[in-house]
Write a protein that binds this ligand. Structure first.
Ligand code: GRF
Length: 225
């Protein structure tokens, strides 16, 4: 069988880029059959750009404050992404609400990671909201991006227990650790064609996925802590 060629990926970031780093590392170790063609940030000077440059990945900054509407920013972003002809767009801490046009254009080939067990706590400040709600479990989810904010179909989730003495910082640390496990895994499945989305439904190995995969239920243990 001929070796599969790496899938072209563009990653969008706004900040630290630790999920970007986890994906870069998984490409280097051969766990993801993909190639990051560019990293695009809507903010200049963020650490994620440095991470990309260190690995020789082209970077671009498209500063959203220079656009007088969301539509104009998204149109420019779409155009600049398409230069790299990606087959997958990965949102890795990209802190922008995207317009329907943009989402429709990339629908079925755009993934996001969200720091909660969706459908709980869509939107911002998820760790504080989880603490305020007194939930026993919290975590993170990788999903396809659709026009419903943080509402696209979920591929995989990882769950952590919320402890009595947890605060936002401790939850962030444990959840981000899980993000770095499940995001590369979902990207690797996408790159080999194992997961797809059609009509808002995720398919895994050509079968409809009736509920999100839970990381701790996978045959190979992927939760380290
Ligand atoms: C992560 O917690 C992710 O879930 C959220 O933004 C954070 C990004 O972290 N969407 P990083 O930039 O990947 O370090």
């Amino acid at each position: 069988m001929s070796k599969q060629s790496p899938l072209p990926i563009v990653v969008l970031i706004s900040g630290n880029g630790s999920n970007l780093q986890a994906i870069i590392d998984a490409i280097h170790s051969g766990d993801i059959t993909g190639e990051i063609k560019a990293v695009i940030s809507n903010r200049a000077g963020v650490y994620g750009l440095e991470r990309a440059q260190r690995h020789g990945i082209p970077v671009e900054v498209i500063d959203h404050t220079q656009f007088d509407s969301r539509e104009k920013f998204d149109a420019e972003l779409m155009q600049r992404i398409e230069v790299y002809k990606p087959e997958l767009v990965v949102l890795a801490g990209f802190m922008r609400i995207l317009t329907d046009n943009f989402i429709r254009h990339f629908e079925g080939r755009m993934l996001n990671i969200h720091p909660s067990l969706l459908p709980n706590f869509r939107g911002l400040n998820t760790h504080q909201r989880a603490l305020d709600a007194g939930v026993d479990y919290h975590g993170c989810s990788v999903h396809f991006v659709t026009s419903k904010l943080d509402g696209g179909p979920v591929i995989i989730q990882s769950k952590i227990s919320v402890l009595d003495n947890d605060d936002v910082e401790s939850l962030t640390t444990r959840v981000v650790h899980q993000e770095h496990i499940i995001y590369p895994l979902a990207v690797s499945w996408y790159c080999t064609g194992r997961i797809k989305m059609n009509n808002n439904q995720v398919y895994m190995d050509n079968k409809p996925l009736m509920q999100a995969i839970m990381a701790d239920e996978l045959p190979i243990k992927v939760t380290a802590k």
